[in-house]
Design a protein. Structure first.
Length: 85
């Protein structure tokens, strides 16, 4: 997948979910929470790993949810897929 398309898909899905395949082969069902490049120099986006996080319907942003927030770099992403509804 082209790097520009990866950037567009991730930044366009803030607040929504998608499946990210990293160059390492790891596949993550992610909820994108930020794609603001200005947050940190070495981070392009932040996401919640939905397979590891507690049920987000019952968590109001407390410590249990924050501990499942991860950062990502576009260059480490091999593919992005928008889940079918």
């Amino acid at each position: 997948m082209k790097p520009q398309l990866i950037r567009q898909l991730i930044s366009g899905r803030v607040g929504k979910t998608l499946t990210i395949t990293f160059a390492s082969g790891e596949i993550v069902n992610a909820k994108i929470i930020s794609a603001d490049k200005d947050l940190e120099d070495d981070v392009d986006f932040y996401y919640i790993d939905l397979d590891r996080a507690p049920a987000t319907d019952f968590v109001d942003g407390g410590a249990a949810l924050r501990s499942h927030v991860y950062s990502g770099v576009y260059e480490e992403v091999r593919e992005v897929e928008i889940p079918a509804r």
